[in-house]
Write a protein that binds this ligand. Structure first.
Ligand SMILES: NC(=O)c1ccc[n+]([C@@H]2O[C@H](COP(=O)([O-])OP(=O)(O)OC[C@H]3O[C@@H](n4cnc5c(N)ncnc54)[C@H](O)[C@@H]3O)[C@@H](O)[C@H]2O)c1
Length: 251
């Protein structure tokens, strides 16, 4: 499904991003892994190469333009172009009522989840336009991008804004053959959700009950949707928000 594609994945050092690296590689893609934890990326790259995948990694903080630009440059310099990107890096915070939330928490959550996607799209789209071969971008939003959840106002605001960026870019770049879509991801087993469950042990059961399937997704289930949206099988899909949430949005 992805043979010959060069795909950059942010937040690849764990969770959904790591799962996406495996799924994309299994479908024949060359994967460029991006995150801050260099050792994790080095290890994942070695494991992927052991299974026959072509891969490179760039240590980058998605809030830093020069680091994001360097990661995109790595893909282009090493593999000639960037066909697709999964902008997945994200962060949450201790969920507190809005009036008790630290400004520093607000800044951090908006920086990673929104500015990070903004910067990634900016440099990815520049590379795609320069190559002239189109491309596909998938931004990882959340069910919190569609409605208020218990994850805190800054996270809800950032994930809503990611859907806005996705739609604006989809419309702007459709004539250039660049598709831009988003995932409205539901509760998924990862470092992020484990952190939430550790802080609030009742949260897992509470969140499961709000989900018609009554379970937490495996990160691979979300990664599969991202991989499909990156592929040419999704050629007429752009500006869309795909729910991968066990039916939570239907309730
Ligand atoms: N797990 C869930 O239930 C859930 C639900 C909805 C949406 N999401 C979204 O899925 C995405 C992936 O999260 P996950 O659940 O796999 O959690 P995770 O914590 O395992 O993964 C997040 C990744 O982003 C990386 N990251 C964080 N800040 C970064 C930065 N400044 N620069 C570069 N990388 C950075 C982390 O190191 C990590 O690799 C996030 O955008 C999250 O908001 C997760």
């Amino acid at each position: 499904m992805l043979a010959g594609k060069v795909i950059m994945i942010t937040g690849a050092s764990s969770g959904i991003g790591e799962a996406a690296a495996w799924v994309c590689a299994q479908h024949g893609a060359t994967v460029v892994l991006v995150a801050r934890r260099t050792e994790r990326l080095r290890q994942l790259a070695a494991e992927l190469r052991d299974k026959g995948a072509e891969t490179a990694f760039a240590s980058a903080d998605v809030t830093c333009p020069t680091e994001v630009a360097r990661a995109v440059d790595l893909a282009v310099e090493r593999y000639g172009r960037l066909d697709a990107a999964f902008n997945n890096a994200g962060a949450t915070t201790v969920s507190a009522p809005l009036h008790e939330t630290d400004d520093a928490d607000y800044d951090r959550v908006l920086d990673v989840n929104l500015r990070g996607v903004w910067l990634c799209m900016k440099y990815e789209i520049r590379a795609m336009l320069a190559a002239g071969t189109g491309g596909a971008i998938v931004n990882n939003s959340s069910v919190a991008g569609l409605r208020a959840t218990s994850m805190g106002a800054p996270y809800v605001a950032a994930k809503h804004a990611v859907l806005g960026l996705t739609k604006a870019a989809a419309v702007q770049y459709a004539p250039s053959g660049v598709r831009v879509n988003a995932l409205a991801t539901g509760l998924t087993r990862s470092e992020m959700s484990e952190e939430v469950f550790a802080r609030d042990p009742a949260a897992e059961e509470r969140m499961r009950r709000r989900n018609p399937q009554g379970r937490v997704a495996h990160s691979t289930e979300v990664a599969q949707a991202a991989a499909w949206l990156c592929s040419d099988q999704a050629s007429f899909v752009t500006g869309a928000t795909m729910a991968v949430d066990g039916g939570a949005g239907a309730w």
